[in-house]
Ligand binder design. Structure first.
Ligand code: UDP
Ligand code: MG
Length: 314
């Protein structure tokens, strides 16, 4: 296996991308052929309900020597699809790419050239990001939050066109994480990370596969998976409020002796109480986010389930 290992594996998760796949094939393969390096493309069908699997099958028949297709039997999410491909791919370097042609496949050459300089993790920054304004601002905010509370330094966490060396892939394969964020996980194992600018276009066809709900879940995965800082915020808030309350009680006791009985400020009291209840509920919810993930992890169910693998057997 190691003797015929290709130089590069390109990993592509696919979820209901029938409209864009023909264009992807038409651009990706010439770009890879032009590299002058041996390669394989590993597609993972993440439980598509459209004709994506048929199209992948046809492509496999067309280029069986450089194409492998993993077919999931359900939708397990983009990051688990990528992890499945990491376990199966053989390349000495691995490049991840989205199926929607938002990142030009031609830029893979740029990432590999950077790796030739001795970097083991080549991240990417989207030059002129072409997404909705909401997505751009939300990412900017989340990027800032992550930058502050984790040790992960990435200028643009959302861009998936990235290249990893074999030792990072092996390290990722030794993790059994259920809810994860691949670029961040890889970063924690990188010795010499670097970032390059890549192109970004609007989706060639179809719509984003991330609803607002899925985006929020993904960002919770990123934050809870790589930091316990959110929990610490609550411990510290609790400590500060306890001390403030103690001071207030002492103040009220002295006031009772000096001024005598009074019962004003009922609504202020309600205001403060509701605010604190809100903070408490948020804290419990946050605990739940961590506990839910611990629960999923300790059940140790398979993280994904493969229905079929298309590859040339020799
Ligand atoms: N994807 C996937 N499973 C999912 C959602 C998305 O495999 O549950 C794939 C999708 O087909 C695409 C990539 O992940 O190749 C990125 O998805 P998308 O372009 O919709 O995300 P966005 O660019 O909007 O962040
Ligand atoms: Mg996209």
């Amino acid at each position: 296996m190691s003797t015929d290992a290709p130089e590069v594996s390109v990993v592509i998760p696919v979820y209901n991308e029938e409209d864009g796949l023909p264009a992807l094939f038409a651009r990706l393969y010439p770009a890879l052929d032009a590299l002058g390096r041996s390669y394989e493309v590993v597609f993972v069908d993440d439980g598509s309900t459209d004709r994506s699997v048929d199209l992948l099958r046809e492509q496999f028949a067309r280029r069986p020597e450089v194409t492998r297709v993993i077919v999931f039997n359900g939708n397990f999410g983009q990051h688990l699809a990528i992890m499945a491909a990491f376990e199966k791919c053989r390349g000495r370097r691995v490049v991840t790419l989205d199926a929607d042609l938002q990142n030009p496949p031609e830029d893979i050459a740029k990432l590999l050239a950077k790796m030739d300089e001795g970097y083991d993790y080549v991240g990417s920054i989207r030059r002129q990001r072409r997404d909705t304004a909401f997505r751009r601002y939300a990412s900017l905010a989340m990027n800032g939050v992550r930058e502050r509370i984790t040790r992960i330094r990435m200028e643009d966490q959302g861009c998936m066109l990235r290249a990893y060396s074999r030792n990072i892939i092996d390290a990722i394969n030794s993790c059994a994480e259920t809810n994860t964020f691949v670029p961040a996980l890889a970063y924690t194992f990188a010795r010499r990370p670097v970032e390059v600018e890549v192109g970004h276009e609007e989706r060639f066809a179809g719509e984003s596969k991330y609803s607002l709900y899925k985006l929020i879940r993904l960002n919770f995965d990123l934050v809870t998976g790589f930091s316990v800082f959110p929990l610490q915020v609550f411990s510290f808030t609790g400590i500060i409020i306890s001390f403030a309350s103690l001071a207030f009680v002492v103040f009220l006791m002295i006031r009772r002796l000096v001024v005598g009985p009074e019962a004003e400020g009922l609504f202020t009291l309600f205001g403060i109480a509701f605010f604190l209840i809100g903070v408490t509920l948020f804290g419990i919810g946050l605990l739940g986010e961590y506990i839910g993930r611990i629960y999923e992890q300790v059940r140790q169910r398979p993280r994904y389930f493969i229905h079929e693998i298309l590859e040339r057997k020799d």
